[in-house]
Design a protein around this ligand. Sequence first.
Ligand code: M6R
Length: 614
Amino acid sequence: MCGIVGYVGRGSSRAFVMSGLEHLEYRGYDSAGFACIESASGKLLFAKAVGSLHSLVRKLDGSSIDGSVGVGHTRWATHGAATELNAHPHFSADKTISVVHNGIIENYGVLKQRLIQQGYSFSSETDTEVIAHLFDEVMQRMSGLEQVVQAVVEQLQGAFACVVLLERYPDYLVAIRRRSPLCIGLSSGQQFVASDAAAFAEHTRDVLFMPDSSYALVERAGVRLFSFAGLPLDYVPMRVDAQWLRSTKEGFEHFMLKEIYEQKRVLQETVAFCSTLSQDAWKQTGFSAEVVHDLRELFFVACGTSAHAAQIAAFFFEQIDQIRVSVELASEFRHRALFGFDHSVFVFLSQSGETADTLESLRAVHEAGLRTFSLVNVPQSTMARESDGHLLTQAKREVSVASTKSFTSQVALLYWLAFRIAYEKGLVPQDALAECQQDLLVLAEVFEEVMERYDSFIAHDWAPRYAAYEKFIFLGRQISYPLAREAALKLKEIAYCFVDCYQAGELKHGPIALVEPRVPVFLFSVLDEGVYRKLIGSAQEVKAREGRLVIFAFEGQDELIALADDVFIIPHVKPLLGPLAMTGIMQLCTYHIARVLGHSIDKPRNLAKSVTVE
Ligand code: M6R
């Protein structure tokens, strides 16, 4: 969360920074700011604005604020409301030091009190401002940029990525990273710093991903990297694939719609990817024969949509591999005691590979001496780099804050992984792997076919009717329950509706009191005959109380279909893939409700794509 872009070179830092920030707006969009060292005067100049980046662009229009060293920021508020005073950059009292920051300074309260006692006054409610005053305080008594940075970082606790501009050192950007992503784009005669390499992709693809607890002194001519202990660090830049760095809407009205429609291709590419995983490549994942034979329990650790993907996949591993599975929300898992996991494997699931809750859980498991395995979508992400083994989901860059194709790619890859492990355990023959790939290819066809069948109906008839409701109940049972949860999350995120989601069997234990004509009930069916029959019972309970029923059913489920006020009927796929076959139209339903309501679909209020604070 929060986007940071810095530039040092010969050109106009403002042009580079503002264009970089456009690509990072997904990380936060409640306010923005820019600061630079003016080349002629050596003075620090700045501008800030509340709202999207566009407000800052308007403010800078006609102003001469620019210089060859500059930094910018888009904010996702943690400490203090979205006001101009709280927008970054933050400054020392004499405005000669400026800081942009992503993350949380956990001990900022203590530091702030101490600085106030020393005579410093604060103009914002942010934790960031303490960094600017700390630099000032240290620079009063120390010289030498390396010593100053070290003396500051050793006082800071928490997770943070920051870039500092100092009038006293006008040729430098100081980049500091601890447990929050920050990378440096290396080029000849100019360097870039950003929270995501997408910010500088059109200028360089040679990227130094800063190691944890490190800082860099970035000059036009090059970069010097140090550990927090002050030791110089060697580095080898990584060449990042261009397709990771930029994405366009390709004619779609929103990234979310484009990404929904990319899912057939994502499923096909997942199968193609699995086919290329030779025995050698498989070994690198860390699921060696010994690990697999010894495996009693899988722990999935994830947040949000990724956790829902894991909850669906839990059924794969239990049914195909006979392995017990627990799905843990990373933010809660952080507080669990880690013991007695000798026969367990921990799998961390994340689109971004940067989610702080998941990443910190991974580190805790690693520190406990246990093996870590991750499924991530971004190959250059911190989780991919820090896990003992990893597999890459095949969604490619996802821009919309509401995850769609990354969910599908996770569930599909986990379906294959369940078969691959079953094969390794000797539970299924080699043919089963080819069959599972074929199941996914059939699913890909069904996925798009149902979207094409219903898209126009949803957009022009269904969504305008359902956008009029404010509250919803979503029901699923067994493998369709996590899908119902995912649908509820989508509707909350982009349409801002209240949705309560239950296991259908729980309805009669209380929530049924909420059923009435003004609260539509969405019910997601399954391809398991026994569970299906129980869902008919739940649907009847809703109808008996004059509830309005929207049913996502499979072909031939006539008894259930007959109870629906509105119904989406999906062709049969392999039973375990049933939730994925419904995913596309479920996403279209939520997308079109949000569209009818006129919401900002790709950048919903209060959210950010990559949640890099705990
Ligand atoms: O990048 P991750 O998969 O780790 O992100 C986890 C959640 O923050 C994410 O899925 C979030 O819930 C999405 N906005 C859902 O659409």
